[in-house]
Design a protein. Sequence first.
Length: 238
Amino acid sequence: MMTVAREFTYWRFCAWMGPAFMAVFIVFWGIMGHNIPPWNPDLPDSIIAGWFRSQASIIRTGMVVAMTCAVFYAVWGLAIGRVMSRIVPRDSILIDLQVWGAGLTVVPVLVSTSFWLAGAYRPEALPDSILQLLYDWAWLLIDLAYSVTSLQLFALGVACLHDQRSKPLIPKWLAWYGIWVGFMFIAECLMPFFKLGAFARDGILNFWIEFLIWFFWCPTLTLYVLKAINRIEREEVK
């Protein structure tokens, strides 16, 4: 009995890694890395370069912490997978797709943050154009790698729609919402073709809407995952 209870404690700990990931990224990647909002891509390279040089220590600190904590997202995906195993068969490929989607989401996050970190490592030795390139490169990667996160959203959504309980572990409206968010990410494909307007990396659609709908999904899902863990524990410890 104690072993089972301890296992569910681990599940809860892992589930909290989703909000922890968000908190770290808002502060260290977003605010300290000047990514909420990002620099407008139409700005001259001297502006980006000047920021790298004047804020190098802050950027380094932000990116080091962001890189260190990026794995939290994968851990969160494992907790979601455990809840999914009580909705679909434990050997369902939907669980694998969700876990892999969460794990692969960490890769572009790690690589893109390393580009920002590289720019801040010795900015005084690099020309303005290279520093601008590193900033652009990082944003192109983190935005255009959306498909791995969409994979997670789709797999989880489909699995939750199969829940036959009278009161599903994860609400079906949230499953549909996640699927919609996954499809909405396709708008990121327009970002490389625009430097101004709604489709630019700092635009109303490609930044504010795309990021906000995901930022609503993550903590809301975590809330229901934690409730589901409590419910599963009660059912299995009886």
